[in-house]
Design a protein around this ligand. Structure first.
Ligand code: FAD
Length: 382
């Protein structure tokens, strides 16, 4: 694994850093308070190429490798996890999955629009009754001539109220994950309604929704991948998605480190900057070690993906470590800020609120441990 960035990767990282400093960071607190990021950010993300990273240019993408994708994701996560999540879902979970599993017509229909930001995607797996146990989902798609009719409810869907297309998982066969198929469902299809989920602890700028499907009719050509392979589609999407979440968490931890170092140098107590106290330095050095460890685990996943190697277990390790590290780091930074860390004029409280969900979605920390444990022992404890 080469730990040096190529000139191209460094240029992409700098582009992302500048973009975030100009277009994201100055608005993050206001978007958090308003519970909605400015939707104009999507077109800007598309224009700069960040919604088309790793997607082939012939489908409107901006190419690039997965390390470049992680570098951009880290910078976005450093600026505002709500914006990072829009990209991780629309590009990471939806466009990349269409690129990997779609037929020519599906790729031509969706990839240029998703890569440019003209359309946004969302990923509909979780249901009110099935979260970790996603293979037992209840939403049903019944074949009727050349169409499928879909009924069910999806919960906690990121980008849900905005999205133009949902990559939806529904049961076309018997019980268990082998009966699941994937569909690309335009969100303006009659019978599909969305309700916003309000009152989230973090990621408040992000549009999260419940999707209700009642007699939603789609052509059979909307199926993504073979019938009965929907769970494999979902798991392949989530393996790469975990790399993206991990990169976003590195961004949170880096932001926590930057803020803690800056504040410790400025704030004086007992006549000296608090940076001069060993117990404050311990908080800061713990964050720094977490940043490095989380970043290296994340880059390793990107390296494995780019070399065409098996990366799923490495992605679970990176996501597990980086998400827990982001929570720890934001919490340590808050301690450095004292009471000022607890109010949202200062950045670290938001970092902690945003970090917390990373240990829950795309597989909780417990589920990541079961995936890693299964790979090590050969025994599934699910
Ligand atoms: P549960 O599965 O009920 O888990 C509850 C607890 O039980 C957890 O601690 C879990 O670790 C533990 N547990 C469960 N099973 C086991 C086991 N076998 N062994 C040990 N412990 C176990 N979903 C989507 O499909 N698309 C999205 O875009 C999306 N975005 C989200 C955005 C937000 C802000 C949130 C909060 C969630 C989002 N989710 C999304 C859903 C998310 O992936 C689920 O919340 C997550 O998978 C956990 O499912 P659950 O909430 O039903 O918890």
């Amino acid at each position: 694994m080469n730990l040096e960035l190529s000139e191209e990767q460094e240029a992409v990282r700098r582009l992302a850093e500048d973009f975030v400093a100009r277009e994201v960071a100055p608005h993050a607190v206001a978007w958090d308070r308003a519970e909605e990021v400015d939707r104009g950010i999507v077109k800007k993300l598309g224009a700069v190429g960040f919604l088309g990273l790793t997607i082939p240019e012939e489908y409107g993408g901006s190419g690039g490798d997965h390390l470049a994708y992680c570098l951009v994701t880290e910078e976005l996560g450093r600026g505002d996890s709500s914006v990072r999540g829009i990209v991780s879902v629309s590009l990471g979970l939806v466009a990349k999955t269409v690129a990997a599993w779609g037929d020519e017509a599906q790729k031509r229909a969706w990839l240029p629009r998703l890569a440019s930001g003209e359309a946004i995607g969302c990923f509909g797996l979780t249901e009110p009754g099935t979260g970790s146990d996603a293979g037992n989902l209840a939403t049903r798609a019944v074949r009727d001539g050349d169409t499928y009719v879909i009924d069910g409810t999806k919960m906690f869907i990121t980008n849900g109220t905005w999205a133009d297309v949902v990559l939806l998982f529904a049961r076309t066969g018997g019980p268990g994950h082998r009966g699941v198929s994937a569909f690309l469902v335009p969100t303006d299809t009659p019978g599909l309604t969305r309700r916003p989920v309000h009152g989230k602890l973090g990621l408040r700028g992000q549009a999260t929704a419940e999707l209700v499907l009642e007699g939603v009719r789609v052509p059979a050509s909307a199926m993504l991948g073979p019938e009965g392979k929907g769970f494999s589609v979902a798991m392949s999407a989530l393996a790469k998605g975990r790399m993206s979440v991990a990169a976003g968490c590195v961004g949170i931890a880096q932001a926590a480190l930057d803020a803690a170092v800056r504040y410790a140098g400025e704030r004086e107590q007992f006549g000296k900057p608090i940076a001069s106290y060993q117990l404050v330095q311990e908080l800061i050095s713990d964050i720094a070690v977490d940043v490095d460890a989380a970043r290296l685990l994340t880059w390793r996943v990107a390296d494995l993906v780019d070399r065409g190697q098996d990366f799923a277990t490495a992605a679970s390790k990176a996501k597990l470590y980086a998400s827990e590290a982001a929570v720890r780091s934001a919490n340590n930074a808050l301690q450095v800020f004292g009471g000022y860390g607890y109010i949202d004029e200062y950045p670290v409280g938001k970092l902690l609120r945003d970090a917390r969900v990373m240990t829950l979605y795309e597989g909780t920390s417990q589920i990541q441990k079961l995936i890693i444990g299964r790979a090590l022992t050969g025994v599934s404890a699910f």
